[in-house]
Design a protein around this ligand. Structure first.
Ligand code: NG1
Ligand code: ZN
Length: 530
């Protein structure tokens, strides 16, 4: 393409109206929705360039996940479902922040530097959450995509994991699944129903749960799932879209506040779940007969999955290298359990799904979960091939073949393209069903250390910089020493401070052996952050 065809760029409607710089952060660009139109237009342009470079379809998702309704955001999804490559995050940040008069020259520069063949067709697969601002932002992105002659395949309102799935299926030409929403629901629900077969309840396990959908897109997806699941799982949905998005509900609220969501009919000792605003996170919880709240978070989900996979591998006499990837927000007890009881390697990486996903790819079977409930399991192609062979191998015993067949169905139930609240829910339900467990039985796997997370507004969060997967402050000088001094006074104490990559706040996480010490520990640390 000759450069003169860039003459309609920038589009007058989408000029840069804000002078503040914005960063491609933990999950793309996120800020107040009304400051994002030019960002979406430019990300549309960039998605086309990325698609041409990779000669594959690229995803563009409009969401701000668990953030408040007035925020919004955008992220690009690479061809195999991964988050955008780090070097392109820098390109994106630069492109979004340049002056309008430098936009064309910046595009030309990217084309030259990345050696982009502009004659290659570009496909951008778009999706959005239920936020009021999302349609306007989608229009801006589409204008950007069309300005560089890209092809738009819009799937409308979808969950973030559904969009990852659609990108992967489009690029792998049906190897992973059918690139439609129907294909997504069929793939996951058929595998779920097959494992359960005719026996819907088992032991203490009852096939019914309460679900808080955060008033987000997850409510739409769950209702759709219900059609495919039939009577195999009864899901009672609360916060299904009529209330305010993520307001006192959803997985982030329940995990951080450690209380049930609003507008939720709590049933004592009853299995309940909360998903977040774009349905990529899930936590389980229940309230006991003494009104005590119990949370079973991403760590508990990861350990449950790891233990079950280990059992199935043993039963099928298959041997693969299992690994579990966490972040520093993982409860210390979960890491001890993984290392000492499950005897599986546990690796800690920086916050943000891309770090977990990339690390998990290093194992034959890599399980990754953030404590907030965002995670999935990745199986190497060679592993899947071996399991498939085991299912039909006449030299194997019936037991071995059955275990291998269960493994295969579990693989089909998992959205390997990214953490997916609904796929994770089907997986947890399958495991609890297989074990005949209720939620109390599952909780007994290990006891969480008392823990707390708070958000702090500071004048400028960029003053705090960190190292060692976000657990040690480098600046401001002296801050880490002060934190270490406080933490050393608490038994099994651990506390760290890092600036959020998705909100204009600083996060403080603390855990220690005694619940009665926890508030003091976190308050003392908060007082030195000011
Ligand atoms: P930040 O805001 O950078 O802490 C949060 C979550 C991440 C990840 C992203 C994207 C915590 C402590 N942090 O990132 O794990 O999920 O949002 O949604 O939960
Ligand atoms: Zn989310």
């Amino acid at each position: 393409m000759e450069y003169f065809q860039l003459k309609n760029i920038p589009n007058v409607k989408y000029t840069r109206k804000y002078s503040d710089n914005i960063q491609y952060g933990t999950a793309g660009f996120r800020t107040k929705a009304n400051a994002l139109e030019h960002v979406l237009y430019r990300m549309g342009l960039l998605a086309v360039l990325r698609s041409k470079v990779k000669n594959a379809a690229i995803g563009l998702m409009i969401t701000a996940s668990h953030n408040i309704e007035s925020d919004n955001g955008v992220k690009l999804i690479d061809p195999a479902g991964e988050m955008l490559e780090a070097s392109w995050e820098r390109i994106a940040t630069n492109l979004v922040n340049v002056e309008d008069r430098n936009l064309v020259s910046t595009i030309k520069h990217i084309i030259k530097e990345e050696n982009i063949n502009m004659s290659v067709d570009a496909i951008v697969i778009t999706g959005r959450d239920t936020r009021e601002s999302s349609p306007t932002l989608l229009n801006a992105a589409v204008m950007g995509i069309k300005a560089l002659y890209g092809i738009v395949q819009d799937f409308g309102i979808v969950t973030t994991p559904q969009l990852h799935y659609l990108v992967v299926c489009t690029n792998t030409k049906s190897n992973y699944g059918d690139p439609t929403l129907h294909g997504y629901y069929v793939k996951l629900s058929e595998a779920f129903k097959y494992v359960r077969q005719k026996q819907i309840n088992n032991g203490q396990y009852v096939a019914e749960l309460l679900l808080d959908a955060a008033n987000g897109v997850g409510a739409i997806a769950v209702k759709e799932f219900q059609k495919y699941l039939g009577t195999t799982l009864a899901i009672n949905i609360y916060n299904d879209g009529y209330g305010k998005l993520n307001f006192m509900c959803g997985a982030d609220f329940v995990k951080v506040e450690q209380v049930p969501p609003v507008n939720f009919h709590v049933k004592r000792n009853f299995r309940s779940v909360s998903i977040d605003g774009d349905a990529d996170r899930i936590v389980y919880f229940y309230v006991d007969e003494y009104e005590k709240f119990h949370i079973l978070d991403g760590d508990k989900i990861a350990t449950l999955i790891a233990e079950y996979l280990k059992e199935l591998l043993k039963e099928s006499h298959l041997s693969f290298q299992l690994g579990l990837v966490q972040t520093a927000y993982a409860n210390g007890s979960s890491t001890d359990y993984i290392l000492n009881v499950l005897q599986i390697p546990a690796v800690c990486v920086s916050t943000g799904i891309k770090h977990l996903h990339n690390k998990a790819l290093e194992f034959d079977i890599g399980i990754y979960f953030e404590a907030n409930g965002h995670g999935t399991v990745l199986f190497k192609e060679t592993v899947i091939k071996t399991i498939k062979e085991a299912v039909t191998n006449p030299e194997r015993s019936t037991n071995e073949k059955e275990a291998a067949s269960k493994l295969l169905n579990i693989i089909n139930m998992i959205n390997q393209t990214v953490g997916d609240a609904l796929s994770d829910m089907l997986l947890v339900e399958t495991i609890l069903h297989a074990k005949g467990w209720d939620i109390m039985e599952w909780e007994k796997m290990y006891d969480d250390l008392p823990n707390k997370q708070i958000k702090m507004k500071v004048y400028d969060k960029s003053i705090i910089t960190t190292t060692n997967v976000g657990t040690q402050c480098i600046t401001p000088e002296g801050l880490q020493d002060a934190i270490d001094e406080i933490v050393s006074q608490y038994k099994r104490g651990r506390c760290f401070v890092r600036p959020s990559g998705t909100e204009d706040i600083v996060r403080i996480y603390a855990e220690c052996e005694n619940l009665c010490d926890l508030d003091k520990l976190i308050k003392d640390v908060a007082s030195v952050v000011y």
